[in-house]
Design a protein around this ligand. Structure first.
Ligand SMILES: NC(=O)C1=CN([C@@H]2O[C@H](COP(=O)(O)OP(=O)(O)OC[C@H]3O[C@@H](n4cnc5c(N)ncnc54)[C@H](O)[C@@H]3O)[C@@H](O)[C@H]2O)C=CC1
Ligand SMILES: O=C([O-])C1=[NH+]CCC1
Length: 312
């Protein structure tokens, strides 16, 4: 009989998962994924059950990484929440399986994994695509993703100014009150993004909130929200004028309203830049459209389990 799975809660996962460990693993797995060698990595596009009544969805995200010996799936529910709700909008659980026997070896919180791995991947995009002189960071949204993006972007890069916009100004103010360093709270998206070198969009918007006419030429946008085919964060002008990178071409074509509805062309996957197949056009305006991938959860969960095993 197999041993009982390890159970790890959000607090444990948050403690064990560090950006320093995570970023190189994400770079490596995304570079590999983009080679499309199915003897190395199998990751179908996520299965999604839309939950129209609550503007949400349930997603299942399996992945198998043969060389790394990781068999994993995440289940994630995204529900639009009223601001200040006690439940998070993104809730998730990750299961790790024994790759040879198929038994479950670990069940862990997926909220911390989702927050950190998404922000870490956006930070990798910024490392590759942001303008050489990047002084102003702008974050749109003040939820979980906004916070993890703030943490990793300010850890990895030096900005002279950080700006934040949120739909309700008091939520932006609350976000800023928790921080050590100064952040400018802006009253409109336009005010927040004009002159910004790096822009993160991490909102639950379903209509465009960021317009190309406001974006500084050469800026980099890490677009994290709008993960349904009919949801948008970015307008057509921005999508058509920028060089568009994605995490997975199949995922973007199936799920990204910003790509599908604008008709924008995908230039490359982030992994194709990491593995040297395509260039990073950092002198141009760039959009990295993130949808999230099972392989990102898989390497994160494995890292958490390795760290936990090394402690016990
Ligand atoms: N690309 C990826 O891998 C992932 C993407 N996401 C997406 O990122 C987005 C943010 O997720 P969380 O931070 O977990 O959610 P959250 O609920 O914690 O934060 C959402 C933020 O968006 C704002 N917002 C909601 N509706 C809006 C609207 N119509 N216009 C402008 N702002 C609006 C809220 O005020 C809040 O500041 C969601 O769209 C979610 O689906 C979440 C996880 C992973
Ligand atoms: O990759 C992910 O976990 C998600 N993408 C959109 C919402 C959740």
């Amino acid at each position: 009989m197999s041993e009982s799975p390890v159970l790890l809660n959000k607090h444990e996962v948050e403690r064990l998962l560090t950006y320093d460990d995570l970023i190189p693993r994400l770079e490596s797995v995304m570079g590999k994924f983009s080679k499309r060698d199915s003897s190395e990595i199998i990751q179908p596009v996520r299965s999604v059950v839309p939950i129209q009544q609550h503007s949400g969805f349930l997603g299942v995200m399996p992945a198998y990484l043969t060389a790394e010996g990781i068999l994993c799936t995440k289940m994630v529910a995204f529900y639009q929440r009223a601001e200040g709700s006690s439940l998070p909008s993104t809730q998730a659980t990750v299961l790790l399986f024994h790759p040879e026997h198929g038994n479950v070896t670990a069940i862990m919180d997926g909220e911390a994994i989702t927050a950190k791995r998404t922000a870490a991947v956006s930070a990798i995009s910024a490392k590759l695509f942001k303008p050489a002189l990047s002084e102003v960071l702008c974050i749109l949204g003040s939820g979980q993703q906004a916070r993890s993006h703030y943490d990793v972007f300010t850890k990895l890069f030096k900005f002279k100014e950080v700006r934040l916009w949120s739909r309700r100004k008091e939520m932006a103010q609350r976000f800023v009150n928790d921080l050590q360093d100064p952040v400018t709270v802006c009253s409109s998206v336009k005010e927040a993004v004009i002159g910004a070198d790096v822009i993160v969009t991490a909102t639950g918007a379903s209509q465009p909130i960021l317009f190309g006419e406001w974006v500084k030429p050469g800026a980099h946008i890490a677009a994290v929200g709008a993960c349904r085919p009919d949801w948008r964060e970015l307008d057509d002008v921005l999508m058509r004028e920028a060089v568009v990178y994605v995490d997975s071409r199949e995922g973007a074509t199936a799920e990204s309203g910003d790509i599908i509805l604008s008709g924008a062309e995908v230039f490359a996957e982030l992994g194709e830049v990491i593995n040297g197949s395509f260039p990073a056009q950092h002198e141009k305006t760039t959009v990295f459209k993130s949808l999230g991938m099972g392989i990102q959860d898989a390497v994160s969960a494995k890292l958490v389990l390795e760290k936990w095993n090394s402690e016990y």
